[in-house]
Design a protein around this ligand. Sequence first.
Ligand code: AMP
Length: 216
Amino acid sequence: MNVILLGPPGAGKGTQARKIVDSYDYEYISTGDMLRKEVQSESELGQIAKSYMNNGDLVPDKYIIEMIVTSLGDLDSKNLIDGFPRNISQAESLDKKLIENKQEISLVLHMYVEDKELISRLSNRAVCVSCQTPYKLKFPDEINEITCINSYCDNSSIKIREDDNPESVARRISVYKEDTFPVVNYYKDLDVNLVDINAHRPEDEIFQEISKFLEV
Ligand code: AMP
């Protein structure tokens, strides 16, 4: 069973993913989180990916597809996939792999929010250095006052993501429109079960709506 979270940067995919994982039995696969770990550990892939990520561009498909396909192969069949596919070619590769694994996409959650709201959210966002949980800053210095509340993080500090600067945010939104949004229509054309979720609402209200689709 594979659930895909699709939506622009700042739509709240990471926040909803954590709520889904806390309440349902899903393995969370986030290509963004995986890549940030590679960057942190200064691996070969991390060194390649870093400049693409900081500029707000997509990391080339050949690296991403290999990374995600390995994860899908290793995990049980209940996956929550966030940040992938980011373009049609990645969507086609995922289809191919799922057919090989005799799996399918059970649900695509397409979260949508207007650009102005995305920009505002990303300019006030910080993330946990360990588990990447996002936090909304009420004022800039709050970054020094908040630590991660997840018990497994042991009060890790939070920081601003390197790609949450205005230039990179603008680029990520434009890449989303050009490369990723077509994936929504790709799945609609294939009759995949896709639901549009208005993500400009309180987190818990969004989660309640998502839960209805996960429980059918
Ligand atoms: P995210 O955390 O999903 O916002 O991803 C952060 C950055 O990681 C993106 O702006 C891309 O540079 C890179 N990235 C994440 N997932 C992918 C993907 N599926 N394909 C290419 N690049 C990706």
